[in-house]
Design a protein around this ligand. Structure first.
Ligand code: SAH
Ligand code: SF4
Ligand code: F3S
Length: 439
């Protein structure tokens, strides 16, 4: 039965992208619309990892006030990490908001939506259990015939002192390996070539579950699924990156040569205050070991500048580590105070101007490294999975190398979903350009 039009706005990480796909699937009686003004049901899936992300959700919601005034029957819901964090308070603060649903309420969404739309109730569902929401979740592919996410675990037990994720996503829960393997198999049968396994800390997959596979064993099993061309995973916590997992890169052909390994800081004092569970040296040793096993491995990282108490010498340590590690790329952030977290109560907050300065310096250093590493690929032939038309030029195709670099090239749209050989002709900071030299 057709129920009306649905528009979903997604902020935040890949986990949220996956959750939004699930929402669309759970509400399949609704037809998705691109134009928010045409929707009868608007869902905003929010992120709370930094204050800026939280503000984005509020400003969008604020802008919908007029729309609700003109079309009072439109149901507006806010879900995800900000919803989990704020709960009922959101209903008080935004009288035009109909529903607040937390990170573990997804499978109840159809029920919540019908209470709001048919009975006109204002709803808040933000219970958080430590068993997680393990409702069936096979979603349709992110890009049909190309790639898809599969969640293998939810939540996090690490409590890095700056991070809100454990508070808004609950404790770590792994999904059963049989279910994951079944889901990947089904997606591959639908034509998917690349799977990204998702979790806040995939390395601790299966821990504390008697008889469950370890993450490396899970990768081995997924590596055997016929027709699957590429496997990726994210995120790995350096403290739990085992030798066994590193060796998977050499053993499993379809495992792409890329690992996202967030370091966060290069100063031991700051790493300790962050509760990261490794030292600078331990991190560097793991990177070295990875490069011994697989010299061409691409390594990306996350870095926070301006953590409370960060002195200039600590920042210099971070800069030095980033230079030494020569990451293929990094995501870098200014520290942002988050409710509930330990770091929020730390003194010696770093002034905004200094955070800005440090971020600029760090990003400049990394830009040069990224460009230098991309330039090394000029003249090389890379395997590219074609994802679709390029955003900037509709006559161009775009895809990714196994190392996760974006490549643009001229080609026929029928190549989408295929693996092609592309000769890299020009490297930029954010992408590569090339020409197809074969299938
Ligand atoms: N689970 C993943 C990522 C979680 S959030 C991991 O452990 O790596 C993604 C990134 O956001 C983090 O790696 C961190 O660099 C950044 N981040 C998290 N909390 C932050 C905060 N309070 N301020 C600034 N950056 C933060
Ligand atoms: Fe946050 Fe740390 Fe967990 Fe990552 S490992 S989600 S940074 S608490
Ligand atoms: Fe943001 Fe929640 Fe992901 S806080 S980073 S959307 S887990």
């Amino acid at each position: 039965m057709e129920k009306g039009y649905l528009h979903i706005v997604t902020f935040g990480c890949q986990m949220n992208v996956y959750d939004s796909q699930r929402m669309a699937q759970l509400l399949s009686g609704y037809q998705m619309v691109k134009d928010i003004k045409k929707a009868d049901l608007i869902l905003i899936n929010t992120c709370s990892v930094r204050e800026k992300a939280e503000q984005k959700a509020y400003s969008l919601l604020g802008r919908l006030r007029g729309l609700k005034r003109n079309k009072p029957y439109v149901v507006i819901g806010m879900g995800g990490c900000v919803a989990q964090q704020e709960g009922e308070a959101l209903l008080k603060r935004f009288p035009h908001l109909d529903m607040v649903f937390g990170t573990q309420a997804l499978h109840r969404l159809p029920e919540l939506v019908s209470l709001a739309s048919q009975e006109g109730k204002r709803i808040c569902d933000v219970g958080l259990s430590h068993n997680g929401d393990m409702a069936p979740s096979c979603v349709s592919p992110l890009l049909p015939n190309v790639k898809s996410f599969v969640t293998i675990m939810q939540g996090c037990n690490n409590f890095c002192s700056y991070c809100i994720v454990p508070y808004v996503r609950g404790g770590e829960v792994s999904r059963k390996s049989e279910v994951i393997i079944e889901e990947v198999t089904e997606l591959v049968q639908q034509g998917v070539k690349e799977i990204t396994l998702l979790g806040q800390n995939v390395n601790s997959y299966g821990k504390n579950i008697p008889g469950e596979l370890s993450f490396s064993q899970l990768l081995e099993e997924i590596g055997k699924i016929p027709g699957l061309k590429r496997i990726r995973f994210t995120t790995s916590h350096p403290k739990d990156l085992s030798n066994e997992l590193m060796e998977c890169f050499a053993r499993i052909d379809t495992l792409c040569e890329h690992i996202h390994l967030p370091v966060q800081a290069g100063s031991d004092r700051i790493l300790r205050l962050m509760n990261r569970g490794y030292t600078r040296q331990q991190y560097m040793d793991k990177v070295q070991r990875l490069r011994e096993i697989l010299p061409q491995v691409s390594i990306t990282s996350d870095v926070i500048v301006g953590f409370p108490g960060e002195e200039d010498s600590d920042f210099q340590d971070t800069l030095d580590l980033v230079k030494k590690m020569e990451f293929d790329n990094i995501f870098s952030f200014k520290y942002s105070d988050r409710p509930h977290t330990k770091a929020c109560s730390f003194r010696d907050k770093v002034p905004a101007a200094i955070k800005d300065q440090r971020l600029t310096i760090l990003q400049q250093v990394q830009r040069e490294i990224t460009l230098k590493k991309n330039k090394r690929l000029e003249g090389h032939i890379e395997e590219v999975l074609v994802e679709g038309r390029s955003k900037k030029d509709v006559f161009e195709l775009t895809g990714r190398t196994r190392s996760n670099r974006v490549v643009n090239f001229t080609g026929n749209y029928e190549l989408v979903g295929k693996l092609v050989k592309v000769k890299i002709e020009k490297a930029y900071v954010n992408s590569l350009r090339g020409i197809i030299v074969g299938n």
